[in-house]
Design a protein around this ligand. Structure first.
Ligand SMILES: NC(=O)c1ccc[n+]([C@@H]2O[C@H](COP(=O)([O-])OP(=O)(O)OC[C@H]3O[C@@H](n4cnc5c(N)ncnc54)[C@H](OP(=O)(O)O)[C@@H]3O)[C@@H](O)[C@H]2O)c1
Length: 238
């Protein structure tokens, strides 16, 4: 049994990762999925899809930017399964504006999900993995974790921040047999792009492309850690 906790599972890349794990079910791999995001209807539709693939699936509507909700996500995993084998830190947000137009509300909106909630959920899950000396934590960061883009000051700050966070985590993780993978995609056609998705989709990757790479990394022998995955559209960044 592998307990897989995915944040932001309702849409886009997180949803595709959940479906990919479910599709890989086989005799010696029976994932238990715990899927969380803010929109219950998304999660219920996804649960149905994963259960149709004969995978045990639980969903939890929760707001990652609030610490009491972060605790609720962790407690839900622990009370149900006693552990998390794989955490996919996927939930993320961005507001894309000229640097001079970004507000304090934009700052809190971005940082509270991408950094604060992600950090404190990871901290809880890692403590348990460290004690058990086993586990795998993925961060879906972005190429914006190491490349600056105009209109993206806060998004880049949060993604560079995630990269710093996970690289420090890896210093601890290497000592206790836990794998930490930084997944850095370029543009992917998901709801995050809003209306722009329709016009740009042809130049973007699909969520399934990221999901395949993530699940392949999970299936590497446990002696091997895929530390970074960089995926870009064939034509490069938009
Ligand atoms: N799309 C891209 O081009 C791209 C490229 C590189 C990296 N990424 C990163 O990949 C990750 C997934 O992006 P995506 O494109 O799949 O985004 P998306 O389509 O907007 O989906 C994001 C998911 O995260 C959930 N979520 C967002 N904020 C949340 C919060 N505070 N609490 C709980 N759930 C929250 C959303 O839930 P609700 O909809 O219910 O609110 C949704 O299910 C993000 O970290 C993003 O930065 C995306």
């Amino acid at each position: 049994m592998s307990v897989i906790l995915i944040t932001g599972a309702g849409k886009g890349i997180g949803r595709a990762i959940a479906v990919e794990f479910a599709k890989r079910r086989r005799e010696d791999f029976s994932p238990k999925l715990l899927l969380t995001s803010r929109t219950l209807s998304d999660l219920l539709a996804l649960k149905k899809e994963c259960e149709a693939l004969r995978v045990e699936t639980h969903v939890l509507e929760a707001e990652l930017s609030k610490l009491d909700e972060v605790n609720r996500i962790y407690e839900s995993a622990l009370s149900r399964f006693g552990r998390v084998d794989c955490l996919i830190n996927n939930a993320g947000v961005g507001r894309f504006k000229n640097i001079l137009d970004l507000t304090e509300d934009d700052y809190d909106f971005t940082m509270n999900t991408n950094l604060k909630g992600t950090f404190f959920l990871t901290q809880k899950v890692f403590a348990e993995m460290q004690a058990r000396r086993s586990g795998h934590i993925f961060f879906i960061t972005s190429v914006a974790a190491e490349t600056p883009f105009e209109q993206s000051a806060l998004y880049c700050a949060s993604k560079f921040g995630q990269k710093g966070m996970l690289e420090v985590l890896r210093l601890y993780a290497r000592k206790c047999n836990v794998r930490v993978t930084n997944v850095m995609p370029g543009a992917v056609a998901t709801p995050m792009w809003g209306e722009a998705r329709a016009t740009l989709a042809e130049r973007m990757m699909m969520p399934e492309d990221i999901a395949t790479a993530v699940v392949d990394a999970y299936f590497q022998p446990t002696r091997t850690s895929v530390e970074e995955i960089v995926l870009r559209p064939i034509g490069g960044d938009l």
